[in-house]
Design a protein around this ligand. Structure first.
Ligand code: NI
Length: 197
């Protein structure tokens, strides 16, 4: 089932989500919700979707990293229950983000480049893995949603905040036609301004 996405202004996006009790994970109703969360993420063309974004105030995120956007080979559509992130090292990297709950907005957001992810999978089994680069960025964006945080809160300079449609229009007007053909998407390998979670 495709779920509606809350947009900024709904209080569910600013609330702290509740942990999922372990005994809830195996229940048919919760498993159906996990399927719906993944299906909705893919339908809405996001690389991530957090449960509060579909009006469910629980600590669950869905993530999908296309192989061509990740040097590590991508990540098939996955869910993480009660995810906890621990930054590894101090290094930050700034790149473009968007969000299905802030339609069309884009901004440059600094994120940790390396982190440790601990969570439960959809069978309730523990996950403990290291993430770098774009997958690490997406997880930070999604786990922020569980704490009522949206990406502009993480921006250190709001000057890059912009509407994606306007950026693309301006870029098309400024770019000679032959360059447009070289790079029809106008997106970089790090995800580009088009990706939303
Ligand atoms: Ni988002």
């Amino acid at each position: 089932m495709i779920l509606h996405v809350a947009v900024l202004g709904h209080p569910v996006l600013r609330a702290r989500a509740e942990p999922v009790p372990k005994k809830q994970i195996a229940r048919a109703e919760f498993q159906r919700f996990l399927d719906d969360l993944v299906e909705s993420m893919l339908f809405h063309d996001g690389v991530g979707l957090a449960a509060p974004q579909v009006f469910v105030p629980q600590r669950v995120v869905a993530v999908w990293i296309p192989a061509d956007m990740d040097e590590g080979g991508g990540l098939e559509p996955s869910v993480f229950v009660n995810p906890v992130l621990e930054p590894l090292g101090e290094e930050l990297h700034e790149s473009w983000e968007g969000c299905l709950s802030l339609p069309d907005l884009r901004g440059l957001v600094p994120r940790h480049t390396r982190l440790r992810l601990r969570a439960l999978d959809r069978q309730g089994q523990p996950i403990d893995r290291e993430l770098t680069g774009f997958p690490a960025r997406v997880l930070q964006h999604e786990v922020d949603h569980l704490d009522g945080v949206v990406f502009p809160d993480r921006m250190t300079d709001l000057h890059s905040l912009a509407f994606g449609s306007a950026m693309e229009k301006a870029a098309a007007q400024a770019t000679p036609p032959e360059d447009v053909q070289d790079d029809p998407d106008g997106e970089d390998a790090d995800g580009g301004p088009g990706q939303a979670g």
